[in-house]
Write a protein that binds this ligand. Structure first.
Ligand code: AMP
Length: 111
């Protein structure tokens, strides 16, 4: 089944896209949990980090580099990168994404 984020990549549903290249796309979260809240998503549908293979390591390095790029482009040098891996810890869209959030104080540990 085509994921919600694949539909965004295919421009079948709208999103506020802030970055895109051959491997990744980044767009604003529709329900932002911080003043800056962008999702960084691989174009290939990978359910979550638990479904990645060793061959995906370079792709995931690229995704982390993309998180830094989009945060820096918005003027942020301090930010939180989060990935929910599985429904029990809060994953609701089953196409891997890094949440990149900034612009307010963050507590630790997350709830
Ligand atoms: P998670 O719960 O970690 O799977 O995160 C999914 C995120 O996707 C949530 O923060 C949602 O607000 C966000 N989201 C859901 N639908 C959309 C959409 N159409 N465009 C942008 N973000 C979305």
């Amino acid at each position: 089944m085509t994921s919600l984020f694949t539909k965004i990549i295919a421009r079948q549903i709208p999103a506020d896209i802030v970055y895109e290249d051959d491997l990744a796309i980044a767009f604003k979260d529709i329900h932002p949990a911080a003043p800056f809240h962008v999702l960084v998503v691989p174009k290939r549908e990978i359910v979550n980090i638990d479904a990645m293979s060793d061959d995906d390591a370079a792709l995931f390095g690229h995704l982390i580099a993309t998180c830094k790029k989009v945060a820096n482009a918005a003027g942020h040098r301090e930010y939180r990168i989060t990935a929910n891996v599985g429904a029990a810890v809060g994953q609701s869209v089953f196409h891997h994404h890094f949440h990149v959030m900034a612009g307010r104080p963050f507590s630790w540990p997350p709830g």
